[in-house]
Design a protein around this ligand. Structure first.
Ligand code: NOJ
Length: 559
């Protein structure tokens, strides 16, 4: 397997709005990021993935871009951004920017021109269709509720928006549009960035004719994913992007790809095919959703399903593609609340989850605050929520469909994106040290107990444990490049696996429960005199061959 820097890196995601405010306007900004680079250096991460900082009306917090070459006023200036990049590079930290080109903002100059007339030279930058029988051109549902089409009076046609109506989809069938995107990518690469995270990049090629979605329940709108996820020209587009842009730079790329399976994952990440380096897949994020329902309908996680899914990706990519590893990002609830125990065993279970993930093959991503064990939040009122997906869902279910609001609030408590977007908890002063003004979204009230200042002081904190995980990855090639073998496949509480590389062997054993299951090394497996590499327990009982596990225990042996 080819060795590369991005396989050996740990990435830290910054969601700038919620990271650190420097000027008291309640909104995180670039100077705030600069002020925390020493903290990131101390943690030991190699790469920052920065969620969008471009000019935007913020209908979807920057994922609706009105100028791809400008910095959002609220976050600072291009001079601030230049300074940030320089300060990162001075510390040996690379920068990956977010590339959001499935759609732009409706306030982008291209769209302003496009909507003016059917003859505009920008008309074809977007996806316009006449209505059908006085209704939308097809029955696709937008990710943020309602139809994926918006009627526009000026030309009496509809435009497609897979997300909010302020995020019109760009038309990748148009070669001029593609060239504009490539030019813009070069603009940032020439400024010295180290890669791109590509927003829903497997949505850019839509099936010809935009056929209706299956709709067995006869709802007004239905998810049309099958007609635009991994669409007919997606590999052609990515290979073109690679040829025109990426191949000329030493950068890393990760494609966000809902609805991708390991077979497709290989097509996207096999280095010989020259597309991307890795993908963010969602299989493991969907396991606590009821079958056939959308994400808001939650069911408890079945550990066997999680093991099966992650192992399928581990084995599937081995030697062919490359995995990215994550539990969290700005769209997901906090993992310690989701798959761990954010009460009595918060610290233990957060460390266990980190161990399991960081000992797998792939590039790990840490989402801001994850290294502190930050938890989900429960605001009393819908007024305290800010996320467009959450607010639209609430309107549709409670106001339109008259569903029980308490039940809908419960969906929000477990799955709402704002769980990940409350400000980073830096210390126990007012507003958790995030801002001296009024934060754009309230801080999680648990900041007095959970904050960075305290975590850095405490020897056994989650922060120091993450630091250790990152350091170990640097010292043991088996963690990066080793093969993967799941053991105890049928165990409902223990997730254990073996990694192996050039004679070095590693055994990771994690308990995904508050119970005391017994671990027994399967017969025939040889681990001669292994040493403990890491654990979230101080007093370890038993041997690597057999022991009773403590609640949420994790231990890693190495030979
Ligand atoms: C995925 C992003 O991660 C999410 O935050 C955003 O709302 C959608 N794509 C649309 O850009």
């Amino acid at each position: 397997m080819e060795k590369t820097w991005w396989k050996e890196s740990v990435v830290y995601q910054i969601y700038p709005r919620s990271f650190k405010d420097s000027n008291g306007d309640g909104i995180g900004d670039i100077q705030g990021i600069i002020s925390k680079l020493d903290y990131l250096k101390e943690l030991g991460i190699d790469v920052v993935w920065l969620s969008p900082v471009y000019e935007s009306p913020n209908d979807d917090n920057g994922y609706d871009i009105s100028d791809y070459r400008k910095i959002m006023d609220e976050f600072g200036t291009m001079a601030d951004w230049d300074e940030m990049l320089e300060e990162m590079h001075a510390r040996g930290i690379r920068l990956v920017m977010d590339l959001v080109v499935n759609h732009s903002s409706d306030e982008h100059a291209w769209f302003a021109e496009s909507r003016k007339s059917k003859d505009s030279q920008y008309r074809d930058y977007y996806i316009w269709r006449p209505g059908k029988d006085g209704k939308e051109p097809n029955n696709w549902e937008a990710a943020f509720s309602g139809s994926a089409w918006q009627y526009d009076e000026a030309t009496d046609e509809y435009f497609l928006h897979l997300f909010s109506k302020k995020q019109p989809d760009l038309n990748w069938e148009n070669p001029e549009l593609r060239n504009e995107v490539y030019d813009m990518m070069k603009f940032w690469l020439d400024k010295g960035i180290d890669g791109f995270r590509m927003d829903v990049i497997n949505f850019i090629s839509k099936e010809e004719g935009l056929p209706d979605a299956d709709n067995p329940e006869g709802k007004p709108f239905a998810p049309g994913g099958k007609h635009f996820m991994n669409g007919p020209r997606i590999h052609e587009f990515l290979q073109e992007m690679n040829r025109e842009v990426l191949s000329h730079y030493d950068v890393m790329t990760v494609g966000e790809m809902p609805g991708v399976n390991p077979e497709e994952g290989i097509l996207y990440t096999d280095s010989e095919r020259k597309e991307l380096n890795m993908v963010f897949q969602f299989e493991h994020m969907d396991l606590d959703t009821q079958t056939g329902k959308n994400k808001w309908h939650v069911k408890p996680l079945d550990l066997k399903e999680l093991k099966h899914s992650l192992s399928r990706w581990q084995k599937g990519m081995e030697g062919k593609g490359w995995n990215s590893l994550y539990w969290n990002n700005h769209d997901q609830p906090r993992v310690v609340s989701r798959f761990g125990d954010d009460g009595k065993y918060r610290v233990k279970s957060a460390k266990m989850l980190a161990t399991c993930l960081h000992m797998m093959q792939g590039t790990p991503y840490i989402y801001q605050g994850e290294e502190l064990g930050m938890t989900n939040v429960r605001f009393d009122s819908i007024q305290q929520y800010k996320d467009i997906e959450t607010l639209n869902m609430y309107k549709e279910r409670v106001i339109q469909n008259k569903e029980d609001s308490a039940e809908v609030m419960n969906s929000i408590y477990s799955k709402g994106r704002d769980n990940a977007r409350t400000p980073v908890q830096w210390n126990d002063s007012q507003n958790a040290g995030f801002t001296e003004g009024t934060p754009w979204i309230e801080v999680n009230p648990n900041y007095k107990e959970i904050n960075a200042e305290q975590a850095m002081e405490e020897e056994h904190s989650i922060f120091h444990y993450y630091k250790n995980l990152i350091r170990l990855r640097k010292n043991h090639e088996v963690i990066v490049y080793g093969s993967y073998e799941l053991i105890l496949e049928e165990d409902p509480e223990i997730f254990a696996f073996i990694r192996e590389y050039h004679g070095e062997k590693l055994l990771a054993i994690t308990n995904f429960s508050g119970n005391n299951p017994v671990f027994r090394l399967p017969e025939g497996l040889q681990m001669n005199n292994p040493e403990i590499l890491l654990s979230n327990e101080e007093d370890l009982e038993g041997s690597h061959e057999e022991f009773t596990m403590k609640p949420w225990e994790a231990r890693v042996y190495i030979v």
